[in-house]
Design a protein around this ligand. Structure first.
Ligand code: TYD
Ligand code: MG
Length: 454
């Protein structure tokens, strides 16, 4: 039987069954190469001829103890991991170059090593001396972490096999070179092969492996999600360069909740944890001003208050601008359309800018009402009272839907000194002492009550 070959494009990672000079997916030339498996075994008969062995089957009721976990003492990291590091797990930490991944992982490596976990840190990007210098600057010189600067995956795996660490950190997956794959480090086939080898190694040898992955311009790790499905946990390290806040976000976790976030601050002495993110995100807030509204959000298991800022100005262009930082631009278009169609408030001829303060990224639909409030406040040039938080989802009909975990949102607001909240009616009511909750059933009612129009 002919061996089936597969080819993939190193630029966009599209797969093909035959080679060609130009990729049909992205139009690049000379980017298609054959995918080779590391362990190409002898060709097998078809599965219809069945010569396999029987697999032992178990019932769902079989007792399973939860995996033992090791905490490193950095609470924000431990929580994002789902309560600590699980042995034999493969973790991918993605993020833009320069955002602080190496710093975070070096600090984590030191903490884990200090907690008695045998830890090896392999840098494929920096020389050992550079890593040592950084460690000294971070005050981690005495942590029992073993270092290596290497990119040859075969040598790395051989070393890990001999040294038997409990945790290995590979910085970064894009610099790793598997010598059985004919393409340059960083290409999709190399990254895929390296991640596969490392993940398999982690499972087989009981080593936890953390891999660093640089995110490409379009926000994906080395081409479309080639690694994410292989690993147990995917964490993204995000933040704006100009801000000192960094957010570690779990986007996938087989051993804990996804969507959990850890908040850090980049200081001269490395990353320090932020125990109360709401206070930090609101710390730069000044006097109440038009266009600024505080949203009471939920990130993972924690409530987080953030400021939504909007600016609405007459547009000099025939196509008014819509610019969004930290939120979904199509969701903004939807809110503008609902305001126009259901409340008769047009935004035609106006430029609209929306920004989530502090470099935070919000994806919750519950932010809709806060965004609408910020837009209206900016458009009408009227500030909402400074001690008010807003949350709620807006449907296309203009109705407001209650948001999940309303009680936690309200409690967090009260804890941070807010005395009133605007929330959708419906759902359960909660009495929070010191906090007045004003409810609206639909957007028209909300606009009428707070902006005197609609
Ligand atoms: P780094 O961890 O090298 O980023 P990555 O591995 O994601 O590419 O972080 C680099 C940035 O962090 C660099 O611009 C300097 C800054 N930084 C600090 O501000 N303080 C510090 O203590 C360290 C180590 C780095
Ligand atoms: Mg780095």
């Amino acid at each position: 039987m002919a061996k089936t070959k597969s080819f993939s494009c190193s630029a966009c990672s599209a797969s093909f069954t035959k080679w060609s000079g130009r990729c049909d997916g992205c139009g690049e030339w000379n980017t298609i190469s054959e995918d080779k498996a590391l362990s190409a075994g002898p060709a097998k008969k078809t599965l219809g001829g069945r010569r396999g062995s029987t697999i032992a089957l178990t019932s769902l009721a079989t007792e399973e103890t939860p995996p033992p976990r090791t905490t490193c003492g950095v609470g924000e990291l431990d929580r994002v991991l789902g309560g600590g590091l699980v042995p034999a797990s493969a973790i991918l930490v993605g993020g833009d170059p320069g955002i602080g991944k190496s710093t975070l992982l070096l600090q984590a490596a030191a903490q884990f090593a200090n907690a008695g976990i045998k830890t090896i840190y392999v840098s494929g990007e920096e020389a050992s001396a550079q890593v040592r210098m950084r460690a000294q600057r971070l005050g981690l010189r005495d942590a029992p972490v073993q270092l290596a600067a290497e990119t040859n995956l075969r040598d790395i795996l051989t070393t890990l096999e001999a040294e038997k660490p409990q945790l290995a950190i590979i910085d970064s997956i894009q610099t790793m070179w598997a010598d059985n794959v004919d393409s340059v480090p960083g290409s999709v086939s190399q990254v895929r092969a390296a991640a596969h080898e490392l993940t398999t190694f982690a499972k087989r040898n009981g080593v936890s492996i953390i891999m660093v992955g640089h995110v490409t311009k379009d926000g994906q790790i080395a081409g479309p999600r080639v690694v994410e499905h292989m690993v147990d946990t995917v964490l993204y390290f995000e933040g704006e360069r100009g801000h000192q806040f960094r957010i570690l976000r779990a986007v996938k976790n087989r051993f804990g909740p996804a969507d959990e976030i850890g908040v850090f601050e980049m200081t001269g002495a490395g990353l320090s944890e932020v125990i109360n993110p709401s206070a930090l995100f609101l710390s730069e807030r000044g006097q109440p001003s038009p266009g600024s509204v505080v949203f009471s959000g939920i990130e993972g298991t924690r409530p987080v208050l953030v400021e939504m800022q909007a600016l609405v100005a007459p547009s000099p262009h025939s196509q008014p601008r819509r610019a969004v930082v930290g939120w979904d631009s199509s969701r903004l278009a939807m809110i503008l359309a609902v305001l126009e169609a259901r409340c008769g408030i047009p935004f035609a001829g106006l430029d609209v800018y929306l920004n989530v303060a502090g470099g935070m990224k919000i994806s919750e639909p519950a932010a809709d009402l806060a965004v609408a409030a910020a837009l209206l406040s900016a458009r009408e040039d009227t500030a909402l009272p400074a001690d008010t938080v807003v949350f709620g989802e807006i449907s296309l009909s203009g109705a407001l839907r209650p948001a999940p975990q309303s009680e936690n949102r309200l409690k967090e607001a009260q804890k941070l000194g807010f005395s009133s909240a605007i929330a959708p009616s419906g759902g359960k009511s909660f009495e929070i002492p010191g906090l007045t909750v004003r409810k609206s059933g639909d957007l028209t009612g909300f606009v009428g009550e707070f902006f005197g129009a609609g």
